[in-house]
Design a protein around this ligand. Structure first.
Ligand code: NAD
Length: 258
């Protein structure tokens, strides 16, 4: 007999950027916690493959495509998710980009306005649009959890990420506080996670040498795993975390002690 508790049974979690990396681990973890899962990403075939990996029966998973920076696509995805299983009780704004050129971020001097705007549009505006699309249903149900993926780069000067990325991730933290204040009375909590270096396709783009340099500054002497972030999301999404809102949790192996 399976005696594993299912703290999120009957709830639905929508995770953006869920086909791989941190988003996929978060989807897997919240599925294990008992939630129905909506995986949202830009590539349908890959998002469907990720969904089937989590639940081959397809009963508790749904794969959707949307560009989180496009208001029409986000609203359509929100409607599709609601039709499928009624609601998004938990929203994890995880989709993000960190453009590199030959493994390096552009300097401010060399950064194109197009690249600046694309990073802000996906990382910051996307978080706003997806939150807006889900918050009314959460308010009506008097319960909700919104967890936004910031970054260590939004908390301190980054040696790897660009200024656009850092600005977007700092913006996510400020936006989350405003959203937390606006929705707190409705039983909704809004928190950020600021991961350090986590082993995913995104961090691999910076190359092994950059990651090895990073490792030297991490007191626990390892890079992070997507599951480290998924476990933090699982806690922030739980009933037990109901008195935590407007917070940013640093999951970085102790990097800030250096
Ligand atoms: P990743 O590149 O492996 O995954 C990001 C996912 O977002 C991809 O599946 C991608 O298709 C999706 N995505 C990109 N643009 C999108 C859009 N416009 N609409 C919908 N989906 C889109 O990256 P990751 O390392 O898993 O990062 C996940 C989140 O964690 C990001 O927000 C990232 O900034 C943040 N983060 C990562 C690290 C790290 O070291 N990996 C550190 C700090 C913060």
């Amino acid at each position: 007999m399976n005696t594993t508790p299912s703290p999120q049974a009957g709830r639905t979690a929508l995770i953006t950027g869920a086909r791989r990396g941190i988003g996929f681990s978060v989807a897997e973890r919240l599925y294990q916690d008992g939630a129905n899962i909506v995986l949202l990403d830009i590539d349908l075939a890959e998002t469907q493959a990720a969904a089937s990996q989590i639940d081959p029966s397809g009963k508790r998973v749904l794969a959707l495509t949307a560009d989180v920076s496009d208001i029409t696509e986000v609203r359509r995805a929100g409607d599709q998710a609601a039709t499928h299983n009624g609601s998004s009780d938990i929203l994890v704004n995880n989709a993000g980009i960190s453009p590199k050129h030959d493994g390096k971020s552009a300097t401010i001097a060399a950064m194109s306005v197009d690249e600046w705007q694309r990073v802000l549009a996906i990382n910051l505006t996307g978080t706003f649009l997806c939150s807006q699309a889900c918050m009314e249903i959460m308010k009506a149900r008097s319960w909700g959890r919104i967890i936004n993926m910031s970054s260590q780069a939004g908390r301190t000067v980054s040696t790897i990420a660009g200024a656009h990325y850092a600005a977007s991730k700092g913006g996510v933290i400020a936006f989350s506080r405003s959203l937390a204040a606006e929705t707190g009375a409705f039983g909704i909590t809004v928190n950020c996670i600021a991961p350090g270096r986590i082993m995913t396709p995104m961090s691999a783009e910076a190359g092994q040498a950059a990651n090895e340099q990073y490792l030297k500054r991490i007191p626990v002497n390892r890079l992070g795993y997507p599951d480290d972030i998924a476990a933090t999301v699982s806690f922030l999404a739980s009933n037990e975390a109901g008195f935590i809102t407007g917070a940013t949790i640093d999951v970085n192996g102790g990097s800030f002690m250096n």
